[in-house]
Design a protein around this ligand. Structure first.
Ligand code: ADP
Length: 572
């Protein structure tokens, strides 16, 4: 089945493949015809001393080698081209499919394992293309040699054929071992990449806590398991050729014994015998190599099973449901009795309901772990809810395409992810077509213009991996500029001003209030001072809405919110 699945990628190149196979046949044919040369050398030159034949044979020899070389060149070149192109398309599909998965998929698989699939599994498949070409060549050489064998002496050839099936059983067993081993190795390589990723991306933590030893130890441990499986595979690989050769020696021994008797009794000429023997020895190379090539192909099959497991996996509903476009007019966002749990663990939201109208600012407060960030992640459908519904303009968000839904929501998070690209492109992320003037205006509104203009190349400065060359506050201002530029009807701010000094915070707050006008805004704030004027404050407790109201209403109520206020502002 996996074979058929892979084959689909090769279908468009069928013409090239046929041409490559013709080249292969040329190689096999010229190899097999060498056996005839041997016959003429022995019978006509050595025994009959035929001078005319001697004059022809060297040219025939050169001619055959020329054809063989041309065939080999064509076959290799064409197949590699087809193979590499098909693999690239497979890798692109893999990337596309992975991006279409919901967040849970990434949390479950881990970046390390996904990287291993994208890189090493695909490259295992890539290697196999060349091996597959060899496989075809060996197979056709074998068929050519068998043809010569039967043509020379069918009774001798039958003896050979009796021994051929012997090779089947070890090859079958070895294939299974290799496949299982490859899957294990690839899993372990995933583990290795995970340790590497953590050690490098967390380098600051590693250095400040001095955990280099620990990382090295983890790396060694993962490396040792990889080594264990690699050596195991190498043992299988190294045994393959000797086992097959040993089996083949039985066939050759039988041929020498039986064929020698036939020469002595005069049934065949010595030339026939040697032609037969050289055809037989020609079988040796393919048989031995087919074992090794088969091992590589099994490896590739294991890798493709891991790759197609992802390409062919069913889509995640929260990424694919809905076929309508959500327009730019958003009058109302509502959560109705929304229930949700990550994986199968305990419910994180236990029936949350609230409403946010156009122009309103809704603040979510509550202790950490109450489910505030989760609410923010459910509106853009990063996860699928398990109960209730989330509606925009009274319609379930599941009726809209994920793309259009998300394009109407601008998010500013605590941690801003920047791409290793220019400041301009990082700001224009949600609207790549924005002009420089628009980007500058957004940066100005986010109070980011001054620091950007001081960068070495201004808006064209590269920010480094994850924006490492910028300060936390600068990154946050870029994130706010991003949201301003997107100009979406829904705005979600998660502690948006946490990384700013109080001076910038004031300015940004002003910019944000301007931005919020006419939009529907959800804010998570730990510092209550920023949400005193919210239209409604929702106090979350253990995945439930505990209190709802304005600041004045809630303080008058003297509940959890009032208590939180007293802690933050003092009893006054
Ligand atoms: P808050 O934003 O109020 O601090 P969160 O919404 O982040 O709370 O978290 C609510 C609960 O969900 C917590 O118990 C947290 O451990 C859990 N949680 C958050 N994110 C995930 C996740 N990706 N996978 C599993 N559990 C999660």
């Amino acid at each position: 089945m996996i074979f058929r699945r892979v084959l689909r990628y090769f279908k468009p190149y069928i013409g090239t493949i046929i041409f490559a196979v013709l080249c292969t046949l040329l190689v096999a044919g010229s190899t097999a015809s060498m056996a005839y040369i041997v016959k003429y050398v022995i019978d006509d030159v050595f025994i009959k001393h035929d001078k005319a034949m001697l004059a022809i044979l060297p040219f025939a020899f050169i001619g055959i080698f020329f054809l063989k070389g041309a065939g080999k060149y064509g076959q290799q070149l064409l197949m590699v081209k087809v193979g590499e192109t098909a693999i690239m398309e497979m890798r692109n599909d893999l990337m596309k499919r992975i991006q279409e998965r919901e967040l849970t998929f990434f949390e479950k698989n881990g970046t390390g394992s996904l990287l291993a699939r994208m890189l090493t599994d695909v490259s295992l498949m890539q290697n196999s293309v060349t091996y597959f070409v060899d496989f075809i060549r060996y197979l056709s050489t074998m068929l050519g040699a068998l043809f010569v064998l039967f043509q020379k002496d069918w009774s001798l050839a039958l003896i050979v054929c009796l021994f051929l099936p012997l090779a089947y059983f070890p090859i079958k067993r070895i294939s299974k071992l290799i496949k299982r081993n490859t899957k294990k190795t690839q899993e372990k390589i995933g583990g290795l990449s995970k340790v590497l990723l953590e050690a490098f991306s967390g380098i600051e933590v590693v250095k400040s806590f001095g955990t280099e030893e620990r990382e090295l130890k983890r790396f060694r441990a993962e490396g040792e398991t990889v080594l264990y499986y690699t050596l195991k595979r190498s043992r299988i690989n190294s045994a393959t050729a000797p086992i097959l050769e040993f089996l083949a020696s039985f066939g050759v021994a039988a041929v020498i014994w039986y064929g020698g008797n036939r020469v002595i009794s005069g049934a065949i000429t010595p030339g026939d015998f040697f032609a037969f023997l050289s055809a037989l020895l020609m079988l040796g190379e393919p048989i031995r190599s087919i074992g090794n090539v088969n091992n590589k192909i099994q490896q590739a099959i294991a890798a493709s099973e891991r790759v197609f497991e992802i390409i062919d996996a069913p889509s995640d509903p929260c990424e694919t449901v809905g076929d309508r476009e959500l327009g730019p007019e958003v009058e109302k966002v509502s959560f109705e009795n929304v229930r949700f749990s990550y994986n199968t663990r305990e419910e994180v939201l236990k029936g949350v309901s609230f409403e946010a109208k156009k122009g309103e600012m809704i603040a979510l407060v509550g202790e950490s772990g109450a489910g505030k960030s989760t609410i923010m992640k459910l509106l853009p459908r990063f996860y699928g809810i398990t109960g209730g519904s989330i509606k925009i303009n009274g319609e379930d968000t599941r009726s809209f395409t994920a793309k259009s839904l998300r394009s109407r929501i601008a998010i500013v998070n605590q941690s801003t992810f920047l791409f290793d690209d220019t400041v301009h492109n990082n700001i224009a992320l949600g609207r790549p077509t924005a002009t420089r003037e628009e980007v500058v205006a957004a940066a100005r509104a986010a109070n980011a213009l001054k620091f950007i203009e001081e960068l070495p190349k201004g808006f064209d400065t590269l920010v480094g991996e994850r924006g490492d060359t910028l300060s936390g506050g600068q990154k946050q201002r870029i994130a706010i500029a991003r949201a301003i530029l997107m100009n979406s009807p829904i705005l979600m701010l998660d502690e948006a001003t946490s990384a700013l000094d109080s001076e910038s915070e004031k300015e940004i707050q002003a910019a944000l209030s301007e931005l919020m006008k006419g939009k529907t805004t959800l804010v998570i704030a730990h510092r209550l001072s920023t949400i005193l004027h919210a239209d409604r404050i929702i106090f979350m407790k253990n995945g439930e809405v505990a209190e709802v109201g304005t600041h004045d209403e809630l303080t008058a109520r003297d509940g959890d919110y009032a208590r939180l206020c007293r802690i933050q502002f003092g009893s006054a």
